[in-house]
Structure formats: C-alpha cells, structure tokens
Write a protein of this length. Sequence first.
Length: 367
Amino acid sequence: MKKTILIVDDEAHIRTFMCDLLSQNNYEPIAAEDGEAAIAILARIRVDLIMLDMNMPKMDGIAFLRHIRENKITTSPVLMLTGSYDKTTMLECYKLGVYDFIKKPEELEIMLKRIENGLKIGELIYFHEFIQLELDTARKFQKYLYPEPAMRDAHSRIEVLFRPLSDIGGDFYDYIKFRDERLLFCVADISGHSISAAMYIAMLKMMFRKAIKEIDNPGDILTQLNREIAENLPVETFVTMFCGLVDPSKTTLHYANAGHPFPYFIINGIPTLLEGHDQFLGPLKNAQFSTFTTSIADWEGMFIFTDGILDIGPQNNGNYGITQLFNMLNEHNVTIGKKFEHITNYLTSPAVKINDDCTMMMIEFLR
C-alpha cells in the first residue's frame, strides 16, 4: 500500500514539483496551499508524513505545528521545508515534533532519503500507538477479572492492595464467600508481565472458578489448577499461589501453598510466618499439593502478599523489603486495619521504588 504524504506549501510550482516527484517514487501525494487547508485535509485523511513549508500566509509552519500538537490532530512525523536555518526557529520546530529539515532547493537523492527516514519514524510511531491501545484494552479487561478490593461480613474483613509495575500486572487475587459462611481466597503471581500476563490471569481466573465449583479443599484445588496450567499455558510459564479456606464455625484455616511467599498471621500484634508449602504450579503436570490445617482462634488477622513487596527498595539490599514489611507488621498497639493502611501508604508513595508487581491481601478476623 502506498504511503500518503501531505505537502503543505504556498508556492504552486513547488507543490506541483513535489507531487510529481513523490508519484514517480510510488508515494501518494496530497497538496495543501497553506496550514488551514492542511488542517482540513488532516480532519478526514490519515497521512504517513507531512512536508511543511516554514513561511506561508494565514498560518505559518510554527503556528501549524502548534495547532496540530496542541489539538492532537496527528502524530505523523514532519519534515520541514525552509530556505534558511535560524537556530532559534529550528529548536522550536524540534520541540514541536519536526524530525528533520530540507533546504530549498535540495538534492533529490538527499530529499528522498530524508522522506524515507521520516516514513520509518512514522511506522515506529504508529506501532507504539497500536501497542498503547492494546495495553489500554488489556488494562480495562484485566480490571474486571478481580473482585472488589474490599469486603466485610460478620466474621471477616478483606482489604486488597494491587500495584502493578507497569500498565498490566502479573499478580492475581480472588475470594468467594460460601453459603455456609466459609471464606475461600487466593493470591497468586504469574510469570511474565504486560499483555501476556493479562491473558494468563484471565485463564487462571477461569480455572480457579471452575475448580471451586467441584472441590473446596485448597490442596486439591491447587492440584487441579496445576494440571490445567501444565496443559494449557506455555511450558516456561509458572504460577505461585497461596489458597486458603477459613471456616469460622470451627475457627480453622485450611491452606495450600504452591511456592508462594509465606504469609504472616498476627497474634497480639506480633507477626509470625505461616509455614508449609509445596512447589509452584506448572512444571510437573502430575504434582500433588498438600492441605495444611491450623487453628485461627487467637488470630487477629493475616497478610498474604506477592514477592514484589519483598523486592521493594534498593536493589543492592535483598533484605530491605522483607525488613520493611516485618517492621510495619510489627508495629505495637496498632490494629490490623491500621497496619494495612500504613503498608498501603508506604507502597503507593512516589518515593518508594518497586521492582515488580505488588499485591497484598489483608484478612481481619472479627469476633
């Protein structure tokens, strides 16, 4: 398909010459006698390159550039045609998106090469815009994969912090309240980021919701998920997940851990690691996962998180994130909710450097 080039010049003989030259070189030229006419053309046609004269009546080159940039009319690269090289004017043009200049007159080979370079720049711009549109769509789609980040009932309260490293995150969380008041929940970290992560999270959500329709034992849920992940996701993809089932009538927690960071539970304001785990999900199709059981009668709550929270801070200090998290969880005379609030404020502060997706689920046990 021919590339479309818009020539904006008030001199008729230059417009005619440029149209003939571009047509002979397999381009599709469109001509405008001034900036206003060019704007009218851009309103109905997408062009691949603009060749713009500096000095024109009604609207000169600088005014035209300001108008199309401020009004976001086009992101097409601009090649400026000029008879003089004024440093101040050139700097202003560069700021407004001009990528190069052509003298009047200019050798044809040089002119054609600069046009070719501009079209390559345009392809990169359009590719970036396409990817950005895809990311925006994926981000909107991913938002609907998660339940509300806050939930409260007679027995428990859930708060979730989700801070992705980029537009699309590779962390996942979910929870469901059964009719008998039991609470099933999970926090997971999927390898990869961006659009592929959004796709894998959608698949994981479907797999998780399908599994809990048939079984409610955390170890069995992870065993089934592992089999489906091994069969349906790329071999290099793996998932870490913590899955828990709270039974308030028996004050017990049944849980399974597939290579996920150990959660913390809180008793008398003091955090303690909840140990017990198996390998992560994915590599071994027939792997079996254990269900651990513990009493939560004395627990004030628990915090489940992805390893991005452990990676915060200076990259040369591997213990920095772990230490910061423990210190905030270990604050004395601070409620579970306040601990979560302090961690959220810290992790969402512009001063804090994150190196990975960060997700934390707080579950407070109400009695």
